[in-house]
Design a protein around this ligand. Structure first.
Ligand code: SF4
Length: 126
């Protein structure tokens, strides 16, 4: 069986054609570098994505803190992770890269802050 995927590992976006037999890939065409072979394998057998979203806060002016997953999350668990993240609220100052949710849903992936957010009382300008 032939599966077609577009490699997103770099801006070239190669159109990959992978020949799939059982639980393996016997050939990949269309890749301009070796990364495409690994990408095709992952995308066909265990696709994952970096999750980017926001978490509510009570940090004064920063009402929504942008966050991302520290590693790719399996595509079929993304919605469950979004539901879990929606239950959280950040209540203290955070630094960029700080862990907001550790080991979300036991996936071995942390949800980390994409920016720092100091606490400021509403109406007070520093
Ligand atoms: S196969 Fe290589 S060159 Fe092509 S998009 Fe993927 S990383 Fe880029």
């Amino acid at each position: 069986m032939i599966k077609e995927v577009i490699c997103i590992m770099c801006p070239l976006g190669c159109n990959l054609r992978a020949e799939v037999k059982g639980q393996g890939i016997t050939d990949v065409e269309g890749n301009k570098c070796k990364k495409g072979i690994e990408y095709a394998k992952n995308e066909i057998f265990s696709p994952g994505r970096i999750l980017t979203t926001t978490v509510r806060t009570n940090l004064g002016e920063v009402r929504l803190l942008p966050v991302r997953s520290s590693k790719e999350i399996p595509k079929d668990r993304l919605m469950a992770c979004m539901a879990e993240i929606s239950k959280h609220q950040v209540s203290g100052p955070v630094r960029i890269g700080g862990v907001i949710i550790s080991n979300i849903l036991g996936l071995g992936v942390d949800i980390v802050a994409c920016r720092s957010a100091p606490y400021r009382l509403p109406g007070i300008v520093s």
